[in-house]
Design a protein around this ligand. Structure first.
Ligand code: FMN
Ligand code: SF4
Length: 709
């Protein structure tokens, strides 16, 4: 059955994303959909109140259709977690019905995602069952990225499969007949629970997509070989699900518009052909995602892309072959949503992480408050928890999944002095103001953002968060005072009820011979120069850096600095970065693509550890691809005017260095906090000034502190 989309009634003067639209039997209030995201909040497959609260928040926020995280059609067989929704027995229906009713009452429609996890079914591994695959995989997966996981991370990863590797079972005809029936029965249960739609998960390396993908499917029977055969399982499942739900429940099919990372991976042409077959089998819409074939290597190609509008081309290609709606996904911002919808690249957009970061997105767009939307910063903190079978944590929205309770209005208004205008200081100021306090924020530099502003040079996705925080504190009426360094006397003279210290971290120099040489810089040196903050009493170490400062102080635009440094940067050719954490690793790539020979010396066995795992794996891969030499376990011995000496595995090594940058030895700047501690004033410390935790630590500690002021 192929349905022709009804012409939408366009609301006057509003964006394309806010126009109503139709999917099969469903009238959607707008074009914004919450895609499936595992919340890992179920109890042995049963929906919990906490999970319902998560979806209700997004329904109240205005997303037209909410798709549940992957539900296991054959639970516990073919399932990945006891915390995902089970769909295999009728006793799961009441919980689902509660969810559907709550979402309806809050104003949205609900779709249940139907999944068989195939080779990724961690419960099969835990329960010592074999996992279902089209063909037994050849060779071993490349797990080299795990070398940069800590022991604790590896322990958590192993626990999700009880330490067991998968035992593969090549699906027989009987297995597939059962799987098709499992999907149909699960769909029937979703319908009985009152769901408006079901989505067949035929992407992301799970059972149905492994049949479609030539990488996984090397069968020679009726399920392998030609595209028609490889798509056969998706087609038969779609037809069975359609028959099970009738015509008043919409059937969505989610496919990868392209797979990335192996030569024989699924092409967009094959994905398009399979979408046409799914439509003919009864799909009401196709949801186009993408997939990197090795989650431990190219997860940031898919399913969680780092590129904005990552699958736009694939969605557009598939749409041009169909006359049913296409849903696009992949870091779609509100601006891009409008552009893609207006260009006819898709009919609906899914926004995943953006709706984790801000459940009220649609309401804000509706009321013309787009700049109030809290941006997702693409940091992968949320999905890292999925690797550990835990509910997601959001770096910028601490309330996600009930991680921290929402804040309430304060009983009485107090005067709050915040010292430091980085993310932690601004977030404290924002929440304190929202709660009704009178807030003054002092910042030593000439602009807000602190180290996070500087980090935009290497991590542009941090920029929108700073813009959002600044916009919010100004909108809410925080009294912002720039170029003012707080000391005890100033704090006393302002006589606040409470002081919140958010002075960030110091980046020091290791105690090593040569650390004071003029070509040796700390992250603070570079930052102070670029932000025009001066050197806090230190002499300018390098003429070139002074020139850099003069040039870049002229611009307040991080994007422009990024571009300018591609053409000119007064740093010598050979750069050694000491410390391979978040800053060191990202800086290494930044410098390498600007023509520098970069060596990163990391004392521990792992690099990039402060980054969430998928981001870290990509950062390490990319640094290596652009020629950065990463040395793990290197003990710094000395720095001379020509080179850096270090020890590795008992042997002495030397690497030529025109510049040395210390990106290690980050420690809280507790000076002001310590000085204020003796006074008769209520003092709190947030962000890196208390404990180095980068943006996640800043936003979460600010939330905790500001909630109790
Ligand atoms: C925490 C998390 C869990 C996810 N779980 C699922 C899932 O259960 N099923 C699925 O099809 N996609 C899942 N995804 C992928 C999203 O549906 C979406 O395709 C992806 O996040 C890209 O969209 P975005 O860039 O708007 O976030 C998950 C994503 C996240 C962040
Ligand atoms: S954790 Fe990071 S990537 Fe995930 S939703 Fe929040 S900001 Fe976005």
């Amino acid at each position: 059955m192929v349905l022709v989309m009804q012409r939408p009634r366009r609301a006057k003067g509003s964006s394309s994303a806010l126009q109503p639209g139709r999917i099969g039997p469903l009238e959607l209030a707008n074009r914004i959909i919450l895609p499936a995201m595992d919340m890992n909040m179920c109890a042995d497959g049963v929906i919990t109140d906490a999970e319902i609260a998560h979806y209700v928040a997004r329904a109240k926020g205005g997303a037209a259709l909410l798709i549940t995280g992957s539900g296991a059609v054959a639970y516990p067989r073919g399932a990945t977690s006891r915390k995902q929704p089970g769909l295999s027995e009728d006793h799961f229906i009441p919980g689902l019905r509660q969810l559907v009713d709550a979402v309806h009452e809050a104003g949205s429609l609900l779709c249940v995602q139907l999944c068989h996890h195939g080779k990724n079914a961690r419960l099969d591994m835990i329960d010592d069952r074999s996992v279902l695959v089209p063909s037994i995989p050849e060779g071993r997966p490349d797990l080299s990225a795990l070398a940069d996981c800590t022991r604790s991370e590896l322990t958590q990863l192993a626990a999700t499969t009880a330490g067991r590797a998968p035992r593969f079972h090549e699906a027989t005809e009987d297995d597939l007949v059962l799987a098709i029936d499992d999907f149909a029965e699960a769909a029937r249960r979703a319908r009985e629970a009152g769901a408006d739609a079901v989505e067949i998960h035929a992407a992301h390396g799970y059972l149905l997509s492994t049949f479609l993908s030539p990488t996984d499917n090397r069968r020679t029977d009726r399920w392998g070989g030609s595209l028609e055969n490889r798509a056969g399982l998706i087609v038969e499942v779609t037809a069975a699900v359609r028959a099970a739900v009738g015509s008043d429940v919409a059937v969505l099919v989610r496919i990868s518009g392209q797979e990335f990372g192996s030569e024989d991976a699924l092409t967009t042409a094959d994905a398009t052909a399979s979408a046409v077959l799914s439509a003919a089998a009864g799909a009401d819409a196709i949801h186009v995602t993408g997939y990197g074939t090795n989650s431990f290597a190219n997860f940031t190609d898919g399913p969680l892309p780092e590129k904005i509008g990552a699958y736009r081309l694939q969605a557009s290609a598939i749409k041009s072959a169909l006359d049913i709606p296409v849903i696009a996904v992949g870091r779609i911002t509100p601006e891009l949503a409008d552009e893609m919808l207006a260009a006819g690249d898709c009919d609906f957009v899914s926004m995943g992480r953006q709706l984790l970061a801000d459940p009220d997105l649609v309401q804000k767009l509706r009321s013309g408050r787009q700049e109030q939307v809290r941006p997702c910063i693409n940091c992968y903190v949320c999905v890292e928890q999925n690797f550990f079978d835990e509910p997601p944590i959001c770096a910028v929205n601490p309330a996600l999944a009930g991680h921290l309770p929402p804040f309430e209005r304060a009983e009485s208004s107090r005067s709050v002095l915040v010292v430091g205008g980085g993310p932690a200081g601004m977030e404290v100021a924002r929440i304190a103001r929202e709660r009704g306090h009178r807030v003054t924020l002092l910042e030593a530099g000439t602009r807000l953002g602190g180290t996070a502003w500087f980090s935009q040079l290497t991590t542009p996705t941090n920029g929108p968060l700073i813009t959002w925080l600044e916009h919010e504190i100004r909108r809410l009426g925080v009294d912002v005072v720039l170029s003012t360094r707080a000391d005890v006397a100033l704090v006393r003279s302002l006589a606040p009820d409470v002081v919140v210290v958010a002075t960030g971290a110091n980046r020091g120099r290791p105690d090593v011979s040569g650390a004071e040489l003029p070509h040796v810089h700390t992250g603070d040196d570079l930052r102070a120069l670029l932000l025009g903050e001066g050197f806090h009493g230190q002499p300018i170490r390098l003429r070139g850096l002074a020139r850099l400062a003069r040039a870049f102080r002229l611009t307040s635009d991080a994007g422009r600095i990024r571009e300018l440094t591609r053409r000119w940067m007064p740093l010598g050719r050979n750069v050694v970065i000491v410390g391979g954490g978040l800053v060191g690793l990202e800086l290494s790539e930044f410098l390498a693509v600007r023509g520098r020979n970069v060596t990163v010396l990391e004392s521990s066995r792992h690099v990039g550890v402060p980054m969430a795992m998928p981001r870290r794996w990509t950062a390490v891969r990319r640094a290596t691809e652009v020629g950065v030499t990463v040395v793990r376990g290197a003990r710094l011995n000395e720095i001379t005017t020509k080179d850096v000496g270090y020890e590795l595995g008992g042997a002495e090594h030397r690497v030529v260095a025109d510049e040395v940058i210390f990106a290690s030895d980050v420690c809280p700047d507790s000076i002001l906090g310590d000085r204020l501690a003796g006074l008769d004033i209520e003092v709190h410390t947030v962000g890196d000034a208390g404990e180095v935790g980068y943006i996640t630590g800043a936003m979460h500690s600010a939330w905790v502190t500001a909630s109790k002021l």
